[in-house]
Design a protein around this ligand. Structure first.
Ligand code: ZN
Length: 239
C-alpha cells in the first residue's frame, strides 16, 4: 500500500489579531528549512497560465513586489480545479459563516477554477471556523492561513492550505477575512499596501471586493516558476 511521505512544513501567514483597535494582518513567518531534511527538491518550472487568468487583459498596476516566493518557489496551484472543503461552525445561525465561505469561493472562481468538495474527503484548501491554534503574544488570531508541503504517492511535491477564520465577527468581516485568506491560499503570499485591495494588510471598515490589482497580482504569481507539481529527483516508490 502506498503511503504519503509527508514533509510537514508550515507557515503561519497573516492573521488578524483581535484587539480594540483596527488590526493589521500578520506579517509572514519563516518556513522550516527543507534542505535540513535532506530532501533533494525538483527544479522549478513555469506552467502555462490558467485560461481563466489568461483571458483577463492585464491592465493597471499590481503589487507583485510584495509577494514572497517560499522555499519551493511561488505558492501556486499546478492542477485544476483547486478543491476546497468548507467546515462551518457547529453553531452558525442563518449559515452566515457557510454562506460567506461559499461567496468567497465564488468570487475567486472568476479567476481560477475552484471546486467545493465534501469536508470528509481530502482537499487542496480547507476552510475552518475553529479558533486558530496559534496566537501572537498571547492574543488570539481572528484569521490565518498555513500551507503544508508533502510528497504524494507518485513522488510529486505538493502543497495544501488550511484557512481558519473565527465566526465571532460581523458577517462582512467574516466574508472579508475568508476572501483575504483565500487570496493567500491561491498564491498571493504577501500583502497589498492599498486599502482598496482585498489583500490589504489591515482590516478596513468597508472591506473591498477583489480588485483589478489583486487579479493582476494573482496573474503575475501564476507566471512565476515553482517546484510544486514536479517529481522529486531521487524519489523511489515505497510502501
Ligand atoms: Zn493576509
Amino acid at each position: 500500500m502506498k503511503r504519503h511521505r509527508c514533509i510537514w512544513v508550515w507557515v503561519v501567514a497573516l492573521g488578524l489579531i483581535l484587539s480594540r483597535t483596527p488590526g493589521n494582518w500578520e506579517s509572514l513567518a519563516g518556513t522550516a528549512n527543507l534542505t535540513r531534511q535532506n530532501i533533494q527538491l525538483p527544479a522549478a518550472v513555469h506552467y502555462p497560465l490558467p485560461p481563466s487568468l489568461a483571458r483577463i487583459p492585464p491592465q493597471g498596476e499590481d503589487y507583485f513586489d510584495e509577494v514572497q516566493p517560499v522555499e519551493v518557489g511561488y505558492l501556486l496551484w499546478t492542477e485544476f480545479p483547486i478543491t476546497v472543503a468548507i467546515e462551518p461552525p457547529q453553531w452558525d445561525p442563518n449559515q452566515v459563516w457557510q454562506r460567506a465561505a461559499e461567496q468567497a469561493i465564488r468570487e475567486w472562481s472568476a479567476y481560477l477554477p475552484l471546486k467545493i468538495v465534501d469536508p470528509s474527503v481530502p482537499a487542496n484548501i480547507r476552510l475552518l471556523s475553529q479558533r486558530p491554534a496559534t496566537s501572537n503574544n498571547g492574543r488570539a488570531r481572528f484569521a490565518e492561513t498555513r500551507y503544508e508541503l508533502f510528497v504524494d504517492s507518485q513522488g510529486v511535491l505538493r502543497h495544501r492550505c488550511r484557512i481558519v477564520v473565527r465566526p465571532s465577527q460581523a458577517p462582512k468581516f467574516v466574508l472579508a477575512a475568508l476572501r483575504h485568506e483565500l487570496g493567500h491560499a491561491l498564491g498571493i503570499w504577501g500583502h497589498s499596501p492599498w486599502p482598496t485591495d482585498a489583500l490589504y494588510f489591515a482590516q478596513v471598515a468597508d472591506p473591498p471586493p477583489i480588485s483589478q490589482r489583486d487579479v493582476n497580482t494573482l496573474r503575475r504569481v501564476y507566471e512565476q516558476p515553482t517546484r510544486l507539481g514536479q517529481r522529486l529527483p531521487e524519489w523511489t516508490p515505497h510502501g
